[in-house]
Design a protein around this ligand. Structure first.
Ligand code: ADP
Ligand code: GLC
Length: 468
């Protein structure tokens, strides 16, 4: 099958979070099982763009309301990512360093979607499926279904994968004229609660909808930032497919970013070497358990509670515990987390910012990874932690519930029910107890590293879905 993935992020070109990881891996694994999956994304001003070779495959003009914009689409020449990569260059809109966060994000991603469809509309053949990821590409199913200029794309099946329903990309009806002319009686297919809502529109118009874990699909009929009723209504065409991880990128036995590589046989020495290196850099005590948090410092991740959680733990287990945080986001949380450094030198440290290499080193060197998420559609961190022999401490929600089994239930992780300081505090106490049982820790590490979360299975599940 020829599969076109449309996304705002794709690792290693541009990644803000897990969406990038998924779109950088799923197509590769679909190709490995004999398909032709391609990725089309915006051409941001990135290192990848500067350092690789491209050929131009399309030159044209798009239209956003009364404005014309120039479009140039590049194909990466070598196919080194394991899939064909197409970057959509739109001067003045997409050629910026960041993926999101600009006041004209609505215009940017609308222009991107229009440019992509203008291009596909010119092809002599039709792809077998257009797979849209999140709201940035959410108007594509509407446009292929109802815009006059894309009428001949109507028969191409569209799939929407929801990585996070918290973000929906809503904008006002005053921008309706940005869309190419469409059947006006279909206007309701754009609307949700008085706005044009790209995510809601995609849920209505896509042929199939997927969420990134089965539990998240169950949850969003009750809690989805205002879209609950819509999810309940469209449940029939929806399915939850658990994300995988890219075992080639996340492989402790071959990970060039680590101080020391390790496998099942060498895990204890390997983790010790990585922990010691990390502790040297961050002035921590490698003889004590190392707890970590890696991620976006936002409410969804429970990040606002981290300062209090760590403060309590560092007081309770005075001198017997280490904490290292890697993340960025809410400036208040960043300040609080930075502030703890002075209070607990030698036992606490934080790197505020984004650092891909350091994230690998922390997965490898830490003993425990916390994920007290309020919302977690899938979560990849816990799967990386498992593969690197780090015990996940997670809230039982979304994809965390689908991937982590508590040690009390014969599993390998530590689970808690709520995102609050007390539940997480108790979970940390349980982790401290576990850490003192060296034999058990060794056993669990091996067990976790043996769990197979590779993309092989999920890549096939998506193919089966496209064929329905
Ligand atoms: P989300 O997509 O909601 O942020 P996921 O768990 O799916 O959460 O994926 C997060 C991804 O982003 C992981 O690859 C994680 O290692 C990475 N990540 C998050 N924050 C940082 C950071 N500050 N530095 C490096 N990597 C980060
Ligand atoms: C989103 C979700 C996260 C998920 C990721 C990849 O960013 O917040 O839980 O793992 O997408 O699907």
């Amino acid at each position: 099958m020829e599969i076109i993935h449309l996304s705002a992020e794709c690792y290693p070109i541009a990644k803000v979070g897990g969406l990038g990881d998924v779109v950088g891996a799923l197509p590769k694994y679909q190709n490995k099982i004999g398909h032709m999956a391609k990725v089309v994304m915006p051409a941001y001003e990135t290192k990848f763009l500067r350092e690789n070779e491209f050929e131009v495959v399309y030159d044209g003009w798009g239209k956003l309301g009364f404005q014309n914009f120039p479009v140039r689409i590049f194909r990466e020449k070598t196919n080194k990512l394991g899939f064909d990569l197409f970057l959509v260059h739109i001067a003045g809109l997409m050629d910026r360093p960041n993926v999101y966060g600009y006041p004209d994000d609505t215009e940017r991603f609308l222009a991107f979607q229009i440019a992509v469809l203008d291009w596909i509309a010119q092809w002599e053949h039709r792809p077998d499926v257009i797979h849209c990821h999140d709201h940035h590409t959410g108007l594509v199913p509407f446009m292929t279904s109802y815009c006059n200029q894309y009428r001949h794309l109507r028969q191409i099946p569209t799939v929407l994968t929801i990585h996070n329903a918290q973000y929906q990309g809503q904008f006002g009806w005053d921008k309706l004229n940005y869309l190419p002319a469409f059947d006006v009686w279909k206007t309701a297919m754009l609307d949700w609660k008085g706005s044009i809502n790209p995510l809601a529109s995609a849920i209505k118009c896509a042929w199939r909808v997927t969420t990134v874990s089965p539990s998240y699909l169950d949850e969003i009929s009750h809690k989805a930032n205002g879209l609950e009723a819509l999810f309940a209504r469209e449940r029939g065409k929806s399915v939850g497919i658990l994300n995988g991880i890219d075992n080639e990128v996340w492989d402790p036995s071959a990970d060039a970013m680590l101080e020391k590589q390790f496998d099942l046989r060498t895990v204890d020495n390997g983790k010790r070497a990585n922990k010691e290196a990390l502790c040297r850099v961050f002035n921590l005590d490698a003889s004590k358990p190392l707890f970590t948090f890696i991620g976006r410092l936002v409410g969804e991740k429970g990040a606002d509670l981290l300062p209090e959680i760590f403060y309590n733990a560092l007081l309770q287990f005075k001198g017997r515990i280490n904490v290292l945080v890697l993340g960025s986001g809410d400036p208040n949380v960043e300040n609080w987390l930075n502030g703890l450094k002075e209070a607990f030198p030698g036992n606490y440290n934080a790197y505020i910012g984004y650092n891909e290499k350091l994230s690998h080193q922390i997965y490898a060197g830490a003993d425990f990874l916390l994920m007290p998420s309020r919302v977690e559609p899938c979560g990849l961190n816990q799967m990386y932690a498992l593969r690197y022999g780090t015990v996940p401490i997670v809230r039982r929600i979304g994809g965390l519930k689908d991937t982590v089994i508590d040690i009390g239930d014969g599993g390998f992780g530590i689970c808690h029910d709520q995102t609050n300081v007390w539940d997480v505090g108790r979970a940390i106490s349980r982790a401290m107890e576990l850490y003192s049982d060296k034999k058990k820790v060794k056993e669990i590490r091996k067990f976790m590293m043996n769990i197979d979360h590779s993309w092989d299975k999920a890549a096939q599940e998506y193919i089966n879905l496209y064929q329905i």
